[in-house]
Every structure is written in structure tokens, then in C-alpha cells.
Design a protein around this ligand. Structure first.
Ligand code: NAP
Length: 247
């Protein structure tokens, strides 16, 4: 099938890794739909449209079930299909466990983990109808290694994504749908850049390939997993970390 007709939803694509994914998928002629809380998603869509590719932006809070359902319903109505879903939106506030209260925990779970549940349950029936689908969920090195410095809720949410994805891969394989995870290491993005400020060289020295990751490193892998060529790959967690953690 011509990828030109395929519709790809990318959450959190107003910035960082998601933005690179939106660009990458649009360059291979997918119609990209950005779902982000940040209005700068409109500028990303405009930049893609100016380059002659197709992209639209919708302001969606991925942590609100009703908003996700309404958005997916609207996209299905408009395009008649949703072929690719990249659950990328995420937050990583710093809350040392001794000081963490339920609200801190709950917010991270809702944005990082519940959002994947909301999106997968809304989109899977549409993919099943078309008997083709690619879901790629973004986890983290933190899920594999654990996290230091006040990110235990983040690590737990990202580990939850792996369990959810493996299970969906098994349940939906016969429907022509693959479900995979990518687990980025240290990627230089606006959201995460603060942690690297003034320390880029120091961090780069710890990475076996000798540099911090770029959003495009993640986007390229996702474009492959979203393609026809990745038909026989499902349920995996692909580390994209320059060798920082080798299991
Ligand atoms: P980023 O630059 O902060 O971009 C995240 C985007 O998600 C932002 O546009 C943000 O909007 C949006 N967002 C946040 N909460 C949302 C919500 N409730 N509804 C809709 N959109 C929301 O982050 P990034 O570094 O590209 O990270 C992307 C993904 O990769 C995340 O899931 C992250 O956990 C994962 N990851 C990143 C790294 C890394 O080193 N960068 C490593 C491992 C995993 P606002 O700007 O308005 O908040």
C-alpha cells in the first residue's frame, strides 16, 4: 500500500523527539496528525505543510480520557482511517520519593501511562477494522535501569508502557497490528535539555558511541517500526541509547 494515504497520530509532537517523528513520517509521505497540549504544535504542522507534506495539529491533553476519545473519533471521521499511533507525549518532573505525594505520582501516571491506554483503546478498533496498524510507545532507559534523582514515578510509568505493549502485541498480532516500544537514553531535547545544560561533554563521555542522542536517532527507528518492512517485529523494546545500557 502507498504510505501516502496512511494516517499517523503522534502525541507530544510540538517539541523534541515527537517533532522529529512528525517530520520523519511526513517525509515518507504519511499524513501526520500532531496531538499536543502546546500550541507550538501549530508551527510544527505549518513547517511540514510548507515543505509540501501533510500535517495537522490538534490541541489535546493526552491525560484526559474524554478528550482523547473525542479527538480519535474526530480524526477517524475526517480521514476514515488511523494507521499509525506513536504515544510519545511525556513528562518527567523531579520528586524525590520521600517528598512525593499522591498527586505527583498520579499526574505522571496519567500523562505517561494512562494516555497510552486511552489512545490504544480508542485507536485499536479502527486499526482492526482496516486489518493493519502500527503502534509505537515511547518508554525510557529509566524503565530498564531504574531512575535516580527523584524520578521513580517516571520510571514506573515507563515500565508500565512496556508491559502494556508486550500484551497488546500478543493480543493483536493476528489482526495485522504490531505494537513495539522504543526506549531512548539521553536525547537532547527542549524538555530534557535542562538536565544536560553545561554538562553535555561530561555526559557524552559516558556514552559508548561518544555523543548524546539526537531526536532524529529515535525518529529514524520509529519510522522503520511504522513501515511495511517491520511487519514481523512485534512486542520488542528497542533501546536507543548509544550503548549506555546494554542488557
Ligand atoms: P519534550 O521536548 O518535553 O516534548 C514533550 C511534548 O509533550 C511537549 O510538547 C509537551 O508539551 C507535550 N505534553 C506534555 N504533557 C502533555 C499532555 N498532557 N498532553 C499532550 N501533550 C503533552 O520531551 P522529549 O524529550 O521530546 O520526550 C518525548 C518522549 O520521550 C517522552 O515520553 C519522554 O519520556 C521520552 N524520553 C525522552 C528522553 C530524553 O532524553 N529526551 C529519554 C527517554 C525517554 P509542553 O511543552 O506544553 O509540556
Amino acid at each position: 500500500m502507498n504510505t501516502m494515504n496512511r494516517v499517523a497520530i503522534v502525541t507530544g509532537a510540538a517539541s523534541g523527539i515527537g517533532k522529529a517523528i512528525a517530520f520523519s513520517l511526513s517525509q515518507s509521505d504519511h499524513q501526520v496528525v500532531i496531538a499536543d497540549l502546546s500550541e507550538s504544535g501549530a508551527a510544527v504542522a505549518e513547517e511540514i505543510n510548507i515543505s509540501g507534506k501533510k500535517c495537522v495539529f490538534h490541541n489535546v491533553d493526552v491525560s484526559i480520557k474524554g478528550s482523547v476519545q473525542e479527538f480519535v473519533h474526530q480524526i477517524d471521521g475526517q480521514f476514515g482511517r488511523i494507521d499509525i499511533l506513536v504515544n510519545n507525549a511525556g513528562i518527567r518532573p523531579t520528586n524525590p520519593f520521600r517528598e512525593m505525594d499522591f498527586e505527583d505520582w498520579d499526574k505522571v501516571m496519567k500523562v505517561n501511562l494512562y494516555s497510552s491506554f486511552y489512545f490504544c483503546s480508542a485507536v485499536l478498533p479502527i486499526m482492526e477494522r482496516n486489518r493493519w496498524g502500527r503502534i509505537i510507545n515511547i518508554s525510557s532507559l529509566a524503565a530498564q535501569q531504574g531512575s535516580t534523582g527523584g524520578h521513580s514515578h517516571y520510571a514506573a510509568s515507563k515500565a508500565g508502557i512496556v508491559g502494556l505493549s508486550k500484551s497488546l502485541a500478543r493480543e493483536y498480532g493476528r489482526s495485522g497490528i504490531t505494537v513495539n516500544v522504543v526506549a531512548p537514553g539521553w536525547i537532547d531535547t527542549p524538555g530534557w535539555g535542562g538536565a544536560l545544560d553545561g554538562k553535555r561533554e561530561q555526559f557524552a563521555k559516558k556514552v559508548p558511541v561518544g555523543r548524546i542522542g539526537r531526536p532524529e536517532d529515535v525518529a529514524d527507528a520509529i519510522s522503520f517500526l511504522a513501515s511495511d518492512n517491520a511487519e514481523y517485529i512485534t512486542g520488542i523494546t528497542l533501546p536507543i541509547n548509544g550503548g549506555l545500557y546494554i542488557s
